[in-house]
Design a protein around this ligand. Structure first.
Ligand SMILES: Cc1cc2nc3c(=O)[nH]c(=O)nc-3n(C[C@H](O)[C@H](O)[C@H](O)COP(=O)(O)OP(=O)(O)OC[C@H]3O[C@@H](n4cnc5c(N)ncnc54)[C@H](O)[C@@H]3O)c2cc1C
Ligand code: SF4
Ligand code: SF4
Ligand code: SF4
Length: 502
């Protein structure tokens, strides 16, 4: 059994619950945060390089700031929660739009909108920040990321494009402060990297006074380098040194000198890290600015602006002509694809988590305090009363256009008499083939069997019902007349309540 002294040293929990359970994504936040430099990432592993219990009697830091621990989650949401809009899968935000670098050569290099590279280059050239944490390609294995403290535009340009393997970018952030003495740092990372930085901020760690802006990337998962390279060798006879780059669109494209090899996402996903299977954040919900692909468009990116500082910086770059923008409502397919991927990731992560719980895999547990709070609140006190609904008589194409404007992913269906006659989601609509979407009506595809809650029930009842049925929102109806819709409650609403009350 763990001694009392061992229990006060967070590294013991970090090792047992995160590292040994396969949840580590090598972000390096624990190394950057450790006050006595007892942690080091070497050869893609976390090492405890000296026994910190000899220096300290108590230290909670490394476990608390690890993005895969349950600590500091609600505090971290606080950094973006003043944004006016909040949607399932997208998080809190101010604006969602399409953007691309004005420089077409840069877009060619990035195989996307090159928005991240453009923003960072602009920021360095105009002294908005003094450095940026980016991930270059490694020399030996070009698809492997090598985090770098970028100081000049050439450093930023050398990191253009995505590498789908773990990058210790939070450690590089620590180096920017400790070794380079940088005071205004821009940071780029996937959602778990962003969460690690927000946790460090919530901890009020001394290095976080040097953070200027966080740019988050969309992320389906990171691949295990060893496993994927072995797989490519056995299944496709492609050696690691032959892979020049990997592009992601609807599928993975492995570029070698012999040409392109296309691999479906589902096949490559067999090689993602354990923690990615249980990760619910697709769009970097805690970043100042999030950037992802804009499928089916090739040289555009989807941008979600969340904070005021992110908005000011982004539009400064737009005004200086380095970024072009376009409204996302003109491209409902892009919006539908992004939100579908976000919701799909969340749903499959929650399913995986519950399977792991059943198999007794050690998981960081959410505090029981949340249950206590939700059992003190009635649904009617927290539901949204002003519900946006759709008519059963509109076509699926009209519904997709409507959805791109309102950014919700599910809507109650109300007939002309104002009766609730079903519910329809983005998923239901996109299951219908594109060429039939102008002919089929919402009334034909709506779900008629509804999961509902009554206004006098508890928020906890609503939460349990949403979890049992694997849905993100629940309709609130009159107990005496179930066709009378009174409101709607979403899981994001409940998160918002918890953040305010805990
Ligand atoms: C592991 C991973 C998975 C992704 N999955 C999806 C997805 O499923 N759907 C989607 O729409 N978009 C996904 N993205 C994001 C997408 O690939 C682009 O990074 C994003 O659209 C920004 O494009 P851009 O042209 O503006 O970026 P660019 O201007 O090309 O800049 C890319 C930036 O990404 C940084 N970077 C590259 N690799 C990594 C890494 N491993 N870790 C941290 N930073 C890195 C570089 O430092 C660079 O600054 C993923 C990205 C990564 C790294
Ligand atoms: S001293 Fe470092 S390794 Fe030890 S518990 Fe604290 S942060 Fe973790
Ligand atoms: S903080 Fe990052 S590097 Fe450290 S254990 Fe957690 S995921 Fe791994
Ligand atoms: S899926 Fe989640 S845990 Fe995995 S790399 Fe992406 S953000 Fe990190």
């Amino acid at each position: 059994m763990e001694s009392k002294k061992e229990a006060l040293i967070a590294y013991n929990d970090l090792k047992r619950k995160i590292i040994n359970s396969g949840f580590c994504t090598l972000c390096g936040a624990c190394e950057a945060a450790c006050p006595v430099h007892a942690i080091r990432i070497e050869k893609d592993e976390v090492h405890h390089v000296h026994d910190c219990s000899k220096d300290l009697d108590l230290c909670p830091i490394c476990y608390d700031v690890c993005p895969h621990s349950e600590a500091l989650l609600l505090e971290s949401v606080g950094f973006v929660a003043d944004a006016p809009v909040r949607r399932e899968g997208l998080g809190y935000y101010r604006k969602m739009l399409l953007a691309q670098a004005a420089d077409s050569e840069l877009r060619e290099l990035s195989r996307g909108g090159a928005v991240v590279t453009s923003l960072l280059t602009y920021g360095i050239e105009n002294n908005v920040f003094d450095s940026a944490i980016v991930s270059q390609a490694e020399t030996q294995i070009p698809v492997k990321p090598k985090p770098l403290v970028g100081l000049v535009p050439d450093d930023i340009l050398s990191a253009v494009g995505s590498k789908f393997f773990p990058a210790s970018v939070a450690r590089a952030f620590g180096s920017a402060v400790y070794e380079y003495g940088k005071a205004n740092i821009a940071f780029v990372g996937v959602p778990c990297h962003v969460l690690a930085l927000r946790k460090l901020e919530a901890w009020q760690h001394k290095i976080m006074g040097n953070l200027k802006i966080i740019i988050g990337l969309f992320c389906f998962g990171t691949l295990s380098l060893g496993r994927l390279l072995k797989y490519m060798l056995t299944a496709y006879r492609i050696k690691p040194s032959e892979i020049k780059r990997i592009d992601l669109n609807k599928e993975f494209v492995f570029q070698t000198e012999r040409g392109a090899t296309r691999i479906p996402l589902s096949e490559a996903k067999q090689n993602i890290l354990v923690s990615c299977r249980t990760c619910t954040d697709f769009t970097s919900e805690l970043a100042d600015i999030s950037v992802g692909g804009a499928y089916p468009l090739n040289d555009w990116s989807t941008v979600i602006i969340r904070t005021k500082s992110g908005e000011d910086f982004f539009y400064d770059a737009v005004e200086h002509g380095v970024i072009n923008t376009e409204v996302i409502e003109h491209e409902p397919d892009v919006f539908a694809h992004a939100i579908e991927a976000a919701v799909q990731k969340r749903t499959s992560a929650l399913k995986e988590l519950s399977e792991m719980k059943e198999a007794y895999v050690p998981l960081p547990v959410r505090p029981l305090r949340e249950i206590a709070v939700l059992s003190q609140i009635k649904v009617e006190d927290v539901m949204t009363r002003d519900v946006i609904s759709v008519s059963p008589n509109i076509t699926i194409s009209q519904f997709l256009d409507f959805m791109a404007k309102h950014h919700h992913i599910g809507y109650p269906v109300m007939n002309e008499r104002g009766d609730l006659v079903g519910v329809v989601t983005l998923e239901d609509a996109t299951k219908v083939a594109k060429e039939r979407r102008d002919k089929i009506l919402i009334g034909d595809i709506r779900k008629r069997k509804l999961v509902v809650v009554y206004p006098e029930e508890l928020a906890l009842d609503a939460f349990k019902r949403m979890s049992t049925h694997e849905i993100g929102r629940i309709l609130v109806v009159d107990r005496k007349n179930p066709k009378k819709l009174l409101g709607i409650l979403t899981k994001t609403d409940l998160m918002h309540i918890l953040r305010k009350r805990l």
